[in-house]
Ligand binder design. Structure first.
Ligand code: SF4
Ligand code: SF4
Length: 239
């Protein structure tokens, strides 16, 4: 058979390579063959694999051996939703905005007596039930964002798996317990403006302290003047 031109496909389906002289003839199979690599010594691939294994064996592991070691989670981890029920006014915003409808709130109204004579009695909502079904929750955080009274927070707690899906609906007692796992808010930037709430609280505290100090000073002055004023009748008290 006459030699094929360089790079043409031979009868075996493999590419036939020929030198310029037409004397050397090499058949490329697409595999590295027994040499174990692109022209290296035999067993080169095996040696490379063993070197990778040895290198990995001697390297320090970065895997957290959970549950023996607790993972160090980022402070903004979305583990579970915690409820500060003292702040909840039962405005229902969170339940209305939840895309999964997995927040259940029950409440009743309570009438409070008027604080002043001739004033109207006031009514307020009392929370009876606050539950979140974590089998439906998709951790979008909308409820936390929309709560106008800072009653909902992300907690990094994540160990609340259950064997029964029905038990993934957690009631307010459990949500309140998770409040203790909520990390403190990050420190403010030193150059940031003082938050309005803190400024108002500080002003009120300063005012109260000044009023206390003035009352104490007045009492001390009254005591002093009473001690130096002679008793009625003009006579000095007997020694
Ligand atoms: S995180 Fe999203 S899905 Fe889960 S309860 Fe809140 S609003 Fe609903
Ligand atoms: S939005 Fe906040 S205050 Fe309103 S019901 Fe939900 S948790 Fe309570």
């Amino acid at each position: 058979m006459p030699p094929l031109p360089s790079g043409s496909v031979g009868p075996t389906g493999h590419t036939e390579h020929t030198g310029h002289t037409g004397q050397s003839h090499q058949r490329g199979s697409g595999h590295s063959g027994r040499s174990g690599g692109s022209g290296g010594f035999p067993g080169r691939g095996l040696a490379k694999g063993l070197a990778v294994t040895l290198r990995t064996m001697t390297r320090r592991s970065v895997t957290d051996q959970y549950p023996d070691a607790q993972p160090e989670l980022p402070p903004r981890s979305r583990g579970v939703i915690a409820l500060l029920e003292e702040n909840c006014t039962v405005c229902m915003l969170c339940a209305r905005e939840c895309p999964d409808w997995c927040i259940y709130i029950d409440s009743h109204k309570e009438t409070l007596p008027a604080a002043e004579p001739n004033a109207r009695a006031r009514t307020r909502n009392v929370l009876d039930r606050f539950a979140i079904d974590f089998s439906l929750c998709m951790y979008c955080g909308i409820c936390i964002e929309v709560c106008p009274f800072d009653a909902l927070f992300w907690s990094p707690e994540f160990e609340y798996a259950e064997t029964d899906i029905l038990e993934l609906t957690h009631e307010r007692e459990k949500l309140r317990e998770w409040m203790w796992t909520v990390p403190p808010p990050p420190a403010l930037d030193p150059a940031a403006e003082e938050p309005k709430e803190i400024a108002a609280a500080r002003k009120a505290a300063d005012k109260l302290a000044a009023a206390d100090a003035a009352a104490e000073a007045a009492a001390a002055a009254a005591q002093e003047s009473a001690g130096t004023t002679p008793p009625p009748g003009g006579e000095e008290p007997a020694p």
